[in-house]
Design a binder for this molecule. Structure first.
Ligand SMILES: [Zn+2]
Length: 236
């Protein structure tokens, strides 16, 4: 196998795009389940159709905001941790490069190199780019897996909205009795789709993750439908 073929084969790996795709699928899934559950709960309480639509829109907007903020904060704090690790590493390299060289050597020994070879590799790495070697081999930081907070927050908010619009369409069924069931129907179709997309993107078999996603979503909808029904029965 030539170097070029090896390089091409490496491109088949999925980690490079796993970050944003995972966020998008999770967002769509959240949008589906949260919106469907909310609307089924509301419709189980036998409210007028316009209430149901309003509840759906409010739920989608609130969820998208919460996803955007949550994702931004979580990615930012992850990046902050990595950044302070990076600064610490720069300090260590400036204060005691010898000790850092030994540290790198030790890492290569634990990965299976002999002491001599580990020393040679560590020296070569230090000559080329000591910081890059420490970030990669000591801290496991890779530039291509670094998440971008704004991009991640827009992606999850957008996918929440797309996911939420699927059960929302179910609320436009012609008569009141059919609305709840058509919301459930739309939601299940949507869940099957996110299940398939997430399985395909992970390169794993499709059936199991899809069943898992559909079951999880259905439990959520069943619980809120139960609550909505109880509220309606109790006449609050
Ligand atoms: Zn180090």
């Amino acid at each position: 196998m030539t170097l070029e073929e090896v390089y091409k084969r490496n491109l088949e790996h999925r980690t490079h795009r796993a970050g944003w795709l995972r966020a998008a699928v999770l967002g769509a899934n959240d949008g589906l389940v949260a919106t469907a559950s909310l609307m089924i709960g509301v419709s189980a309480a036998k409210v007028p159709g316009s209430f149901l639509i309003t509840a759906g829109i409010a739920g989608i907007v609130a969820g998208a905001m919460s996803m955007a903020v949550g994702e931004y904060v979580s990615v930012r704090s992850q990046n902050d941790i990595e950044e302070s690790d990076r600064l610490l590493e720069i300090q260590h390299l400036a204060i005691d490069p010898e000790a850092e060289l030994l540290e790198l050597e030790h890492i290569y020994i634990t990965r299976g190199l002999t002491q001599d070879l580990a020393h040679q590799v560590a020296v070569a790495m230090h000559e080329k780019d000591a910081l890059a070697a420490h970030l990669r081999d000591e801290l496991g930081q890779h530039p291509h897996t670094k998440a971008r907070p704004v991009q991640a927050s827009i992606a999850s908010a957008t996918s929440f909205i797309i996911g939420g619009l699927v059960p929302f369409m179910g609320a436009f069924a012609p008569n009141a009795g059919a609305k709840a069931w058509s919301i459930v129907g739309f939601a299940i179709v949507g869940l099957v789709m996110t299940g398939i997309v997430s399985a395909r993107s992970a390169g794993s078999p499709v059936l199991r993750p899809t069943i898992r996603v559909v079951l999880g979503g259905s439990i959520g909808m069943a619980i809120t439908a139960g609550i909505g029904h109880l509220v309606q029965l109790s006449g609050i």
